[in-house]
Structure formats: C-alpha cells, structure tokens
Design a protein around this ligand. Structure first.
Ligand code: SAM
Length: 336
C-alpha cells in the first residue's frame, strides 16, 4: 500500500449523502476523516465551491489524505486539522470554518479505519501479531500494554465488562494478571491467546478476543467520553445561522438547518447518540411525575431517522466491516 492509498471503504456512503444533501457552496465537517472516503464524496457532491473541514486524531490518517486529496487542499476546498473531535468548538474557532455562514452538515463515522486495523504495528488486530498499542492518536500517553500490565484485576474486569460487554470479563482479567506476573504482556498475539485459552469457538462465531480488544481500544482512547463531549458541540456548530453564498457570487440564500449524521459500530456508542438525540429533540425533560415543567428545556434538534439506518445486504456482502453500522441523523432547529 502506498502512502496515498487507503484500504478503507466508506460505510453507508449513499445514505450519508442522501441525508446530508451536500450542495455547492455548503460547508461540511468530517470529524473522523480516516481514509477520506466520505470527505471525497462530500467534496465531489458540493462542487465547485463546497468546503470540508476534515479532522482526525491520527496523524498518519491525515498524512494519507493530504496526498490523496492534495488538489482539494490546494484549491482551499479541504481544510485538514489534527485533533480530537471532542475539541470541535475549539478547532472550528481556530480554523474559522463556518464562522460567517454556519455549517450545513457534520459527519462522525466512529471507531477505527481498515488502515489502522490492518497495520499490525498499530496493535488493533488480534489476527496479526504486533505491539499492544491501540492508540488512535500517537501522542497519547497510555497504550493498551500499559493498561493491561498496570491495572488492578477488578478494574480490568470492569473495563472488559463495561466497554466490551464480555461475559467472561472476570475470568479474562484473572488470566491476564496471572500471565503478566510471568512476563509483561506486550503483543497482540499473546493477549489474543490469553483471551482464547480454553474457550471453544463455534464455527462462524466471533473470535474470543474480540470483545476484550474492543474494550481496551475504547478505554485507551476514551472513546465514549469523547463522543459524549462532542455531541453538544455539534449541535452548537449546526445551530449558527444557515446561509450559503451562491456559486455565482453575491446573493445569499437561506437553506434548511444543518444536519448531523453519526455512524456507530457498537451498542455503547449507538446508545449515547440515540439518548442525546432523543433528549435534544424533546421540549421538556422534567420527570413525568412533575405536574408543570420546571426544566425550561427547549428542543434544539429534530430527529430525522426515528430508527437507525443500517447497511443493506449488498453493502454487507461487499464490505463485511459495515455489518454492525447504525446511522442516526438529526437536524438542528434554527430559531430566528
Ligand atoms: C471509521 S474511520 C473513518 C473512515 C472515513 N469515514 C472514511 O471514509 O475513510 C474513523 C476515523 O476516526 C478517527 N477518530 C476516532 N476517534 C476520533 C476522535 N475522537 N477524534 C478525531 N478522530 C477520531 C480514527 O483515527 C479514524 O481515522
């Protein structure tokens, strides 16, 4: 794979485009740039003058997209920013993106890319041996190896249970602690063997290390906290004035409110997104027993997808990594 090539196939691309309806002159934020697949499509659909702010916490992902989409960077239509989407407001402020006209769409395609998964040296995969790293952002201090070699057994079991929903969490944590006493666990293959030891796997079932690896990745990258932090910031970014200059020049026209599209890959992420959208799409969030509203909460979102959109059988056959994807979309309610 050369540097500008990505192995990552964008998930639910048609659905994302259908919901975000990119238009010329529009401004879009891709908070999880990855291989740049969704961004490339947003740029194409919003030609000739739509713009995308692409954010990723992984410098290698940014470097790859810098080569792949160099012409759009040169023309000023693609702005890249290294950072965590949890700092969205600050990144938007720093880049001045959408400061005047507002942003028409924000996309988050959560988790990690095939480029990260398929690089054994990143430590995400249990199928190939590599260092037990799992950091999406190479600047992070703690690796998965640090976590498994230093965390107390009960806490480790809790992490594997909470973030991996792994029913064997206590047993796996106990084994990890026993094994690390012999020698620190530093490779993905060794951890995978520890998780799988003595487990009979039915044909077609997931690898017995899958849930533990998911849990460690979520913990190392603080994925759920980052997601909870970014959602209200997306709402703020979308709620600013929504006007787009026409491609012919001076006239401005108003268009529909901006939309957020979020693709989650496991139930923990999806629950956070679902609960947030539900709450923000509701006027009063007082407990039902209160006879009158005391919260004063006003809906700031309109739910666009009542149930999450999921990939069709063709996409799943073409790209098995899409099978657990759930796309939820909401639209900002812009008050005059
Ligand atoms: C599933 S991939 C995105 C793929 C992309 N949509 C495409 O079509 O190529 C997720 C990307 O989001 C990045 N990422 C995950 N969490 C992040 C966060 N909190 N802030 C910024 N980037 C993040 C990962 O590094 C990875 O490159």
């Amino acid at each position: 794979m050369t540097m500008e090539h990505t192995q990552h196939v964008p998930v639910m691309l048609d659905e994302v485009l259908e919901y975000l309806q990119p238009q010329s002159g529009g401004l879009y934020i891709d908070g999880t740039l990855g291989g740049g697949g969704h961004t490339a499509a947003l740029l194409e659909r919003s030609a000739p003058d739509g713009k995308v702010l692409g954010i990723d916490t992984d410098r290698l992902a940014l470097a790859r997209v810098e080569l792949r989409l160099a012409e759009h960077i040169a023309s000023g239509r693609l702005i890249l920013a290294h950072g965590n989407f949890a700092e969205l407001s600050e990144i938007v402020q720093r880049t001045g993106f959408g400061a005047e006209s507002g942003v028409q769409g924000v996309l988050l395609d959560l988790g990690f890319s095939s480029d990260q998964m398929d690089a054994p040296e990143r430590g995400f995969a249990f199928s190939a041996d590599g260092p037990l790293d799992m950091r999406l952002n190479q600047d992070l201090f703690m690796t998965a190896a640090d976590l498994v070699n230093t965390t107390d057994e009960h806490e480790l079991a809790d992490i594997i249970w909470r973030y991996g929903e792994e029913s064997r969490s206590r047993q796996i944590a106990r084994r990890i602690v026993r094994e690390r006493e012999k020698e620190p666990i530093t490779s993905t293959a060794r951890l995978a063997r520890i998780c799988a030891a003595g487990v009979y796997t039915k044909p077609g079932a997931i690898h017995p290390a899958t849930r533990t690896f998911q849990a460690l990745r979520i913990a190392v990258n603080h994925e759920l906290e980052r997601l909870e932090t970014v959602l209200p910031q997306i709402e703020d970014v979308l709620s600013t004035r929504q006007t787009i200059p026409t491609s012919t020049g001076d006239a401005m026209y108003s268009r529909g409110a901006g939309r957020m599209a979020i693709i989650a890959f496991h139930s923990l992420e999806d629950r956070i997104v679902k609960d947030f959208i539900r709450r923000e799409a509701t006027d009063c969030i007082c407990p039902p027993r209160l006879p009158v509203c005391v919260c004063g909460h006003k809906a700031r979102l309109r739910m666009v997808t009542r149930k999450p959109a999921v990939p069709g059988p063709e996409e799943i056959a073409r790209n098995p990594r899409s099978r657990s994807a759930k796309l939820r979309v909401a639209e900002a309610i812009v008050t005059a």
